[in-house]
Write a protein that binds this ligand. Structure first.
Ligand code: VGL
Ligand code: ZN
Length: 257
């Protein structure tokens, strides 16, 4: 098609054809915006992250997220929800329901929220214990009421297996089962994934690590994320940068529009 006349030029019509059919298809990014776990329990409920070491206010992510949704034409929008059954393995008040491994650093009756224990298995399984949170169909598991929900957006539920926790929105922590996120991104031909939400150093961090491992161009929106532990947030940032991810503020994403 190029240079039909052999005069060293292609005409406008030819260029338009090439652009629409080949160049744009190859070059144009297909973007997905993934909003992680902006749920009541993490903001003002049982796992209120403002009471954790980093003392960050989870409600502060809502304004930048809504602004992004209002201004950036993402090709797809996903909301993930931590969605646990009442007998979930990560709940401190369930620690007596399962046997601990002899190597366990903390005896079962001394274990406290935020401790890491080892369950007997087999195989043995490390697990951080959390206050009971995001129980299915409770207020604490609902997305915050001020968060804008886009028409046609997809909700992804994770942590539904009582025996396995799930930080990443792609896979549970043992990589036994995947959510539909991977398939949905493939279906849409997604190339770029913008990630933010709660908690920066837990579910957001695990999700962007998986997105980078799969090979997506992965962008962490920092002012739209809040975390639990300052040292862990720093580790998360280092992991992102070391794996060629990008850390930006929402203004920088909006400026590209
Ligand atoms: C999360 C702790 C426990 C999160 C979920 O969404 O970051 N954190 N479960
Ligand atoms: Zn959880």
């Amino acid at each position: 098609v190029f240079d039909k006349n052999g005069d060293g030029f292609i005409d406008k019509e030819e260029f338009t054809f090439c652009w629409n059919h080949w160049i744009k298809v190859i070059v144009r990014p297909v973007s997905a915006f993934l909003i992680v776990d902006v749920q009541n329990d993490f903001i003002s409920g049982t796992l209120n992250i403002s009471k954790c070491n980093a003392q960050q206010d989870g409600s502060e992510v809502i304004e930048p997220i809504n602004r992004l949704l209002d201004t950036v034409p993402f090709d797809a929008v996903f909301y993930s929800l931590d969605w646990h059954p009442p007998d979930h393995v990560s709940f401190i008040d369930n620690v007596h329901m399962r046997e601990l491994h002899p190597s366990n650093p903390v005896p079962a009756d001394k274990a406290q929220a935020y401790d890491t224990v080892v369950f007997a298995g087999p195989p043995p399984m490390k697990q951080r214990l959390w206050p009971r949170h995001c129980v299915q169909d409770t207020w604490g598991a609902e997305l915050h009421k001020d968060l804008k929900i886009m028409d046609g957006a997809v909700k992804i539920y994770k942590g539904t297996n009582p025996e396995v926790d799930s930080y990443s929105v792609f896979w549970d922590n043992k990589k036994l089962t995947d959510t539909s996120l991977g398939n949905q991104l493939r279906l849409r031909g997604a190339t770029d994934i913008y990630i933010c939400g709660l908690a920066y150093d837990v579910c957001v961090g695990a999700t962007i690590a998986d997105a980078l491992a799969i090979g997506y161009r992965s962008i962490l929106i920092e002012d739209a994320s809040r975390g639990v532990d300052l040292a862990d947030i720093e580790k998360t940032k280092a992991t992102i940068v070391n794996n060629n991810g990008v850390i930006v503020n929402s203004d920088e994403v909006i400026a590209m529009v």
